[in-house]
Each structure stands twice: as structure tokens, then as C-alpha cells.
Write a protein that binds this ligand. Structure first.
Ligand SMILES: Cc1cc2nc3c(=O)[nH]c(=O)nc-3n(C[C@H](O)[C@H](O)[C@H](O)COP(=O)(O)OP(=O)(O)OC[C@H]3O[C@@H](n4cnc5c(N)ncnc54)[C@H](O)[C@@H]3O)c2cc1C
Length: 404
């Protein structure tokens, strides 16, 4: 086999495959190959959006992202927006729909449809794909690159790092891309898990394991509110989870506090008045019935415990005004100190990767090494849940492909 290529892409994930398609669409004469360590392409893509693949979002905006590449991404999001990406997928045969929150999915509601149109696109355009190839070394030679795997040696004029991040190692996540880029002299911010549960220090959490409730979560650092999100909060053993918590995890640090407001549509004063009414309504019932009709019993008990009330054999009628005020306060201010983040196994994405300033956002080419390109999660940028990460992966791959 002739192992000389015009462009070699390392990683057959969202960004790498889109890069290959864009390159061949623009320059059909180019010889383009993808090298993938897994036994098949797009494993992670199949797991996205709970198997439905939330591929982009109608509200693409740099404010939805964190990381050093964020401001540069701003410049291409106006051109490569949601409508553009949906249109591009349509040219590959994929029809999509948007839900009420602007999240875009394939109309088949199956991630496999997204992967299939990409796979078929690669096949149709003549992209060569090598799976089960582990890279042993990756070096610059002249104006091009030599890539050695256990099986063979490749030579290419241009090289694209599309290896993703360390998130979800079972689906192919690894630090390889960042390591390759470091060897090429790039500055790399170490990967840390993102879009993941946050472990919290709390005695009451054990009793809430498995419970879900809607509310508002705020990330507090000292007196500053870093970020606020509404949605379903999932209480796990020693951790808080759910999409709203995942979004806080992008910014969270050990020692920060998550403030949970279980009744964000009601003011503390209004809740206090409701509790006065409930005290009368349920006067002869034990006090853990005070929040009947408002919260699940386990959650009601946890709120009361957090407010310093322990003896649930007391009657509602016995509750003092001060105690009612404390309960009203707790309903809107349950505090959980963050002990850390869940590991990469539970993370959908990772913060970190190559420093944004070292990549040219117009081409996705390295500013340090000529003919070296980077796309997807190997770059230091991470978006919130909702299709923002796949959007970045697809679009950055596409830009790289168009400039190969
Ligand atoms: C469970 C889950 C659900 C998600 N759901 C969504 C969602 O609905 N919407 C959304 O926007 N985002 C979602 N994401 C995030 C999204 O999948 C990623 O941001 C996106 O896939 C990143 O694309 P990428 O091309 O950079 O990396 P990847 O898609 O991870 O692809 C990288 C590829 O490189 C390969 N590779 C790694 N190292 C090497 C090496 N040394 N040699 C050869 N190949 C290598 C990997 O095997 C992999 O195939 C989800 C993530 C997870 C884990």
C-alpha cells in the first residue's frame, strides 16, 4: 500500500470525520486518511444525547463556552452557526428538528443516523479509514509528518489532531492529542473533567440518594455568584448531578458552594406565609408533614434537618415563628460545599487542551507548526450541555478540513 497522504487526521470522532468530509468536498483530488485507535469510528458520537445525539443548538453563542479558545470561537460562530450546520448535515442526507429549548436532534431521534450519514459521506468521498491503529510516534519530517503505528508508517503533508479529550475513556477518550501537541512545542492546559456530577460534603445527602427535584442551583465562590442554572437536580450518594449541575461543573472549584433553591418561583416571604397556613392546616400531624403538597417527604425532612429541626415527633402546631422562618430560608438556600468533580469516566467533556492563542481560528492551523491543524475537544474550550460541544467539534473540524 502507498502510505503517502496529502492529509492525515488522527481520531475518527465528530471533529475528525467532519474534517475529512470537508477536505474532500473542497478538494476531491486530495488523498485523505483517518487513523483511529478504536475498532470502529464514532463510538462516542453514538452515546451522545442519550443515544439521540444533540448535535447543535439554535442559541449557539460564545457565552455558552468556557476555556481559552472561547473568544476566538466567537468570530466563527456568526458564520458557522446552527442554521449553517443543519444545512451542511442536510447535504449529507440528515434531517433535523429543534426542541423547545433550541436543542437540535436528528428527526430519526437516533444518534446512529448522524454517524451513518457521516460514515457514508466519508466512504462516498473516498476518505480512507484505518481503525485499530495505535500510534507509536508522530514526528515532523521536512514540510510534512511521519506517523508510525504498530502496524505501519504513514507520511503526510498535513496533519490534523482530532483526538478529543480524556473524557469518557471507555468511548475512546484519551490525553493523546494533548500529548502530541505538547511534543510539538505547544502549551497545553491539563485536562480536567467537565459536564459531570459534583461531589459535595453533606450529612443529609445520604437520605436523598436517588431523588430528583426541579429547582435553581447557583455556584458561589465566597460572596460572588459565578453561575446560576434552573432544571432537574439529581441527588446521588455524596454528589449532586443533573444537567443544571453539569453546567455549573464547567466553572466549579473545590471549596465553592452550590446553593439549591427548591422553590425558585416563590419568594422566602411568600413561603413563610404558606408555612403559617400549613401549620394550621396540618396542626395535629407530625411536623414532617408541614411541607405536604410542596415537596417529596424525604426532601421535606432533609430541608427541616438542614434548618436545625431534628425531632419529627413534634406536631406542626408546636412549630414557632422562628422555626417556620428557618424552614422558609432553607427551602431557598440549601448549601452544599463542593469537595471535587466526578472522574473522567462520568464526564461528558473535559476542560483543558491546547491553549487557544496558539491556534488560528480562521483555519484551525497551529501558529507554531506549519501544516499542523487541531480541532474538537483537543482544544481548550468546553461548552454547556445542549449540543454546544458537538457544534464546536463539527464546525472546527469543518474549518480545518476546508483549509487542508
Ligand atoms: C456520554 C456522552 C454524551 C454526550 N452527549 C453530547 C450531546 O448530546 N451533545 C453534545 O454537543 N456533546 C455531547 N457530548 C460531548 C461530545 O461527544 C464531544 O464534545 C465530541 O464528541 C468531541 O468531538 P472530538 O472529535 O473532539 O472527540 P471524539 O468524538 O472523542 O473523537 C476523538 C477520537 O479520537 C480517537 N483517538 C483518541 N486518541 C487516539 C490516538 N492516540 N490514536 C488514534 N485515535 C485516537 C478516539 O478513539 C475518538 O474516536 C457527550 C459526551 C459523552 C461522553
Amino acid at each position: 500500500m502507498n502510505n503517502r497522504f496529502d492529509a492525515l487526521i488522527i481520531g475518527a470522532g465528530a471533529s475528525g470525520m467532519m474534517c475529512a468530509i470537508a477536505a474532500k468536498k473542497k478538494n476531491p483530488h486530495l488523498r485523505v486518511a483517518i487513523i483511529e485507535k478504536n475498532d470502529r469510528v464514532g463510538k462516542k458520537l453514538l452515546a451522545t444525547g442519550n443515544g439521540r445525539c444533540n448535535l447543535t443548538n439554535q442559541h449557539i453563542d460564545a457565552v455558552k463556552y468556557a476555556g481559552s479558545f472561547r473568544n476566538q470561537a466567537r468570530s466563527f460562530f456568526s458564520q458557522y452557526d446552527c442554521a449553517f450546520l443543519r444545512g451542511y448535515f442536510e447535504t449529507l442526507g440528515l434531517l433535523t428538528y429543534a426542541d423547545d429549548a433550541g436543542r437540535v436532534y436528528p428527526i430519526s431521534r437516533q444518534a446512529s443516523s448522524v454517524l451513518d450519514v457521516i460514515r457514508f459521506g466519508c466512504e462516498r468521498l473516498g476518505v480512507e479509514i484505518f481503525c485499530n491503529e495505535t500510534i507509536c510516534s508522530l514526528k515532523k519530517r521536512g514540510v510534512g509528518f511521519v506517523v508510525k503505528t504498530k502496524e505501519r508508517e504513514f507520511y503526510s503533508d498535513k496533519l490534523v489532531i482530532a483526538c478529543g479529550s480524556k473524557a469518557a475513556p471507555k468511548l475512546g477518550g484519551s490525553a493523546a492529542g494533548a500529548d502530541f501537541l505538547k511534543n510539538f512545542g505547544h502549551s497545553v492546559i491539563p485536562f480536567s473533567p467537565a459536564l459531570c456530577p459534583l461531589s459535595v460534603k453533606s450529612d443529609i445527602l445520604k437520605s436523598l440518594k436517588g431523588l430528583r427535584a426541579n429547582g435553581r442551583v447557583s455556584l458561589l465562590r465566597g460572596t460572588q455568584t459565578v453561575k446560576t442554572e434552573d432544571g432537574e437536580i439529581q441527588f446521588a450518594d455524596g454528589a449532586l448531578s443533573g444537567i443544571c449541575v453539569f453546567n455549573l461543573s464547567l466553572y466549579a472549584k473545590q471549596g465553592d458552594v452550590i446553593l439549591v433553591d427548591l422553590l425558585n418561583n416563590n419568594s422566602e416571604k411568600k413561603l413563610y406565609n404558606i408555612l403559617i397556613k400549613n401549620k394550621k392546616l396540618f396542626s395535629q400531624l407530625t411536623m414532617d408533614n408541614l411541607l405536604t403538597g410542596i415537596l417529596q417527604k424525604r426532601l421535606a425532612q432533609a430541608v427541616m434537618k438542614a434548618g436545625g429541626l431534628q425531632d419529627f415527633s413534634r406536631l406542626c402546631d408546636d412549630l414557632t415563628d422562628m422555626e417556620l422562618k428557618k424552614i422558609a430560608k432553607q427551602l431557598k438556600n440549601m448549601r452544599f460545599e463542593i469537595g471535587g468533580k466526578a472522574g473522567f469516566e462520568q464526564a461528558q467533556c473535559a476542560m483543558g487542551g491546547v491553549a487557544g492563542k496558539e491556534i488560528d481560528e480562521k483555519t484551525m492551523q497551529s501558529k507554531k507548526v506549519r501544516n499542523l491543524f487541531v480541532c474538537g475537544e483537543a482544544i481548550d474550550i468546553c461548552g454547556e450541555c445542549g449540543g454546544f460541544n458537538l457544534h464546536f467539534a463539527f464546525v472546527s473540524g469543518l474549518i480545518a478540513g476546508e483549509h487542508l
